[in-house]
Design a protein around this ligand. Sequence first.
Ligand code: BGC
Length: 723
Amino acid sequence: MREEKLGKLLASMTLEEKVGQLVQCNAGQFIENKMDITGPDGEILPAEELNRVIGSVLTFEDAAQARALQDKHLAADPHKIPLLLMLDVIHGLRTTYPIPLAMGCSFDDGLMTECADMARKEAAACGVHVTFNPMVDTARDPRWGRILETNSEEPLINSRMGAAFVRTAQGDDLSRKDNIACCVKHYAGYGAPEGGRDYNTVDMSERQLRESYLPAYKACVDAGARLVMPSFNALNGIPSVANRWLMNQVLRGEWGFSGVVVSDYNAVGELVAHGVAENMKDAVRLAMAAGCDIDMVQNAYYLHLAELVREGTVSEEALDKAVLRVLELKNELGLFENPYHGADEAKEREIYLCPEHREIARRAAEESAVLLKNDGILPFPETLRKVALIGPFAEERHLVGFWSRPGAWKDAVTLPEGLKAMLPALEVITERGCGAEIGDTDISGIERAVAAAREAEAVILALGEPENDSGEGRSRADLCLPGPQMELARRVLAANPRTAVLLFNGRPLALTELDAIAPAVLEMWYPGTEAGSAAARLLFGRANPCGKLSAGFPRSVGQCPLPYNRMNTGRPKPQPDSGVFPFTSSYLDSPNLPLYSFGHGLSYTRFETLDLTLSRETIRPDETLQVTVTVRNAGERAGKEVVQLYLRDRAASVVRPVQQLIDYKKVFLKPGETAEVTFDVTEEQLRFWDYECRYVSEPGAFEISTGYADHPEKTRVFTLTKD
Ligand code: BGC
């Protein structure tokens, strides 16, 4: 439809019909639907009346439902304005790839692009127009259960992977049937709730917000994301959906965002519970003033917005602008010409779980696994005849993570299935040993597990967190392996020291004791559909682990939050610490550093950093510094290494982090092979929010290092000069 026709359409709509475009309901209000929802239904209103005017629905199952929803709506809407259909496609639709935190560990934007491409195709065939993805909240506290939904604690990774997702899913032309629009979320600071408790308040300086939290949302907006979702939390006292500074000044003003803002689930009505709105009507006034276009599920707009416009509290102009943004998005998606977009049942059958998609999912699972520890027992030789597969995850199929579709777990390959398919002659004795639920105390299965461990040549001990223990509303105050799993681990490791631990979990855990007693620990996260195949290949060396931690693992929950790019203090703990002077920034009962640092991850081969060279010692703002890292595969297997580049500003007008990842590249090296990996460093990468909170660089000395967080391998110094 041509732009001027949209204006005419808008002019022909009644006030109630305009408001309807800003109302979003659960699809389940109009059709039979088995999908999970993450909050209460809004005020239940007569479906017939809603269906006539509403602009969008969320959370439906398949192409058949998408078509039925659209048909039903179009039959009732006097203007025949198609519905927008939205869905959370977070780590794949039917073919599930690893949870986003795991994807971050791949340090591989290209792999993210491949996964996004597969998600886009499957989502489009299902009839999705908009996905609530990417989620790019910086998260530094593993107590927060939604850390699994983000790629990293580091905004650079979130920015690069988030932007890759947006570009791939949206493509160049949204009207193409297999492209979908992206909604970046949760704007802003949602990943820093006090105490790690979901939905909790966030209080931080503007400098911190701009430096560590806003960049990833901005990167996705710059990549063209058509929608933004404000977060549930209050940020410095103001819930995001009512935060005019965040939405009007920063998002629409500074960043020039012209797309649609959709509230999070019930977030408009929740302004009353926050205590910033007296009642629902007041909440609508506040959300409209902050430029929130669509009200998800609460029906607050439906009930109160027309009245607010009639009485002049909300201007008709503001309403029209919001409606026009929604109509423009529908138009860009080509819905006026083809309201079904990509919904296609034959296509669903053709591509869901097709071999090509399964192969991408398997590779992603392999490349996001992180070998945390290995005293040499991994990989197991394929000549093994008998292994014991022990633990609550030994036969588990729920390996796909919180944001997968209901029932997607049924398609996942289990560990025994993966092992059998790869090594048919291998005898696998399986024992659960114990459960993994919080509060589980039943240890009656441990004896049998110990007996199995004794009998076997080697043990695979599969531990972790139940799939639903990380995700929305799933915060934990403890980060140990839940239930009696450590007791199982102690007994099994004592019975058979040739035991490799496999972990399935959605957050960094505190594994101090496990690390002390287990010879090998392989972090699998929730790997998705191809879980068991990827694990089998990694355990027996057909795949070589290359993942690096995208978030550090603390020693204990008491250290959290523990960002790798922490600010220095006036009394940093000396390295090594003689312990003579107690008045340093440290703990009496714990080291400062995490158990496994950000960027850590082992391989079955050994990489050496031979050199780090700079193309010059001094740069001016318009010059580029070339940093070259020479890395060699000094082991006996081919493998991939992630070369990480860290920066430290030695002195500035404000305190700067002790280290900051500024770039990364992944290289494949055959045994004995050497590669030179070159990075371009520009003045822009040296900028920060200065004393006056301006985004600038300051002249002076900078250290550049490679290695991983707190473990620099080579360091060089250069100077930025502005003379
Ligand atoms: C979550 C969002 C999600 C929305 C729709 C909310 O509870 O916070 O991330 O997109 O539900 O399912």
